[in-house]
Design a protein around this ligand. Sequence first.
Ligand code: 3H9
Length: 688
Amino acid sequence: MTVSIVRENAIAIVAIDNPPVNALSQAVRQGLVDAVAELDADAAVKAVVLICAGRTFIAGADVNEFGKPPQRPHLPDVVATVEGAKKPWVAAIHGSALGGGLEVALGCAYRVAVASASLGLPEVKLGIIPGAGGTVRLPRLIGPAAAVDMITGGSPVGARKAEALGLVDTIIDGDLRAGAIAFAEGAAEKALPQPISGRAVPVVEAGFWEGAEKAIAAKAKREIAPLRALASVRKASEADFAEAMAFERETFLELRGSEQAAALRHVFFAERAAPRPPELAGVTPRAIRSAAVIGGGTMGAGIAAALRDACLPVVLIERDAAAVARGLANIKAIYDGSVKRGRMTQALADERMAGVTGGDDYGLLADTDLVIEAVFEDLSVKRAVFDKLSAVCRPDAVLATNTSYLDPDAISQGVSHPERFLGLHFFSPAHVMKLLEIVPTETTAPEVLATGFSLARMLGKIPVRAGICDGFIGNRILKVTRAQAERLLLSGATPSAVDAAMRAFGLPMGPFEAQDLGGLDIAAFQRKAARERGETPFAPIAERLCAIERYGQKTGGGWYDYQPGDRAPKPSETVAAIIVEEASGRPQWVWEEADIADAIILPMVNEATRILEEGVALRSADIDLVKIHGYGFPRWRGGPMQYAQARGLAAVVAVLDGLAAAGLAAPPCEGLRRAAQAGGFQGLSGRG
Ligand code: 3H9
């Protein structure tokens, strides 16, 4: 039974059991309505405990039902039915009470929770707003200001904070069921509290709504749900309950069908599918109980911090005592920063640092389960590291290289037991960025690949399997982004116009601002390596800037000029003059914002399609995750592949054909033309 009832003396316990997360499917909704009717009619029952089986309280509406027509009973009616029950209902919360789950709890007369529980209305993260009274009841219970924070931000709060806000009546120590029954017995003795729907919304100070709107608009940029959620909470404080409920429902239904909601749902499911690729089903990963990092630079220190944050003991190896000290200082600086920003207590930071051992002796790694090499991007330097690791590590220790551009197959040459070798491409700062590209070599054993995925789970990262090619998935597409950005400059656009257009599209930064921040020298170094391999990378203007040592912010100028101590980019006359010289003889165009975005994003899609066809990525959704979690692609657009599908692949092909005819981009690849005909990327890689 999805919803079952047992009675303990005068208390009825209504239990929901709908794995994995007790989502509010039609059966659960109907079960709740039936339970209210049955228990209202049972004179022996004085109070009701609503509790859930498994790992969590109700985690929300069933997201799988969002694309389909709503089925009765609708959730707002279910919540109203619970709220109208003749006996006090007590929501007993463990795990998460999210979205519709919290809305059901708000229909209950009381809410009790274990201290580890969290409660929230995360709907805006799915491009919608709460649709069953969340925006109308929550401000009545905890006040508009706290409700606005929870609803427009979408982040859940812990049970203790919820108790302080008045959202939870009491925290249950020990067994939740027993504690909730005892609470319900007390509630049965009292008169029913006034339903939340009948309470008034506390008054806000003058200017509150205008201030909130400004702050939320600045943060949400082009994401629509947060401002619509605010409007709904405002309506709840200015109109009566019924009118506010109607307003909320209308907004919810409108947003549920929106492109942004579809894109955010796509990302939601892609993120949940990523850690468990079907091709590794049934493969048992190796156990990781200890880890080591070779190299304590920015990348190595970030990786060490990520490993420590997963509570693994970490050994940091550097070439001599001075380098060890520098590496440890780099890790400490990460934790000092976290303490300074209030993200971590000093005690926790100290504990994390205490779990790092530094040394220059590879002998320290004799019993380490996982070693990640993060030294300089040079094949011979990396190979020398793996020679030493081959000599000292256990034969079953997993050995990983963190490389952005080198070929892991080449790095692995000579490694003993090469089946335990793989590439792990972290993104900087490695303790913050969510993406982890996992790159198997020709010899990587399936259980070692599975270990990469289980490591990602431990570290809270989004893992994406990538095949070997220059730049793997993410940086290979980035090269196209940058080349297109330069093509635009050669055909009449300015760096500021290109950057502004990409920000307008939803990226946090444009391609030129981003290069100035990261430094133009890194890409120059990679282009040099590419030329040595016989390739002809396209970056005529960047080459000219590097030749005059305009490497970006760190040298006071790159694509833009910078005043000392000021990171604000100023258009540069030097750069403008170089662009004029390089563009001479080429046709010049007048560029609108949307056309600039097309000339950058759609060639990215074209390259991504090649990546899919070649099997470098297994699924188009994986490419979306790479661009969202590694490169700031707007989540609400769903990633480049989802964006292209929503735009219509035939339209994408047509724009690319136009750009190609004007010499402004490569023509659409055959795979993209086929995908346009088939109406999707499915099956393109032959694998997913
Ligand atoms: C809403 O409620 C709207 C209402 O206001 C209005 C209605 C009228 N539905 O994350 P996990 C699946 S909007 C369907 O790995 P964890 C998930 O796909 C909703 N399925 O577990 C995965 O499936 P699989 C508001 C869902 O322990 C499995 O459960 N609620 C849903 O790391 C495990 O997921 C939310 O946005 C769902 N709602 O974390 C809550 N949720 O095993 C979203 C999960 O086949 N969910 N699944 O891959 C979460 O935040 C996390 O899942 C949770 C558990 C914290 C609950």
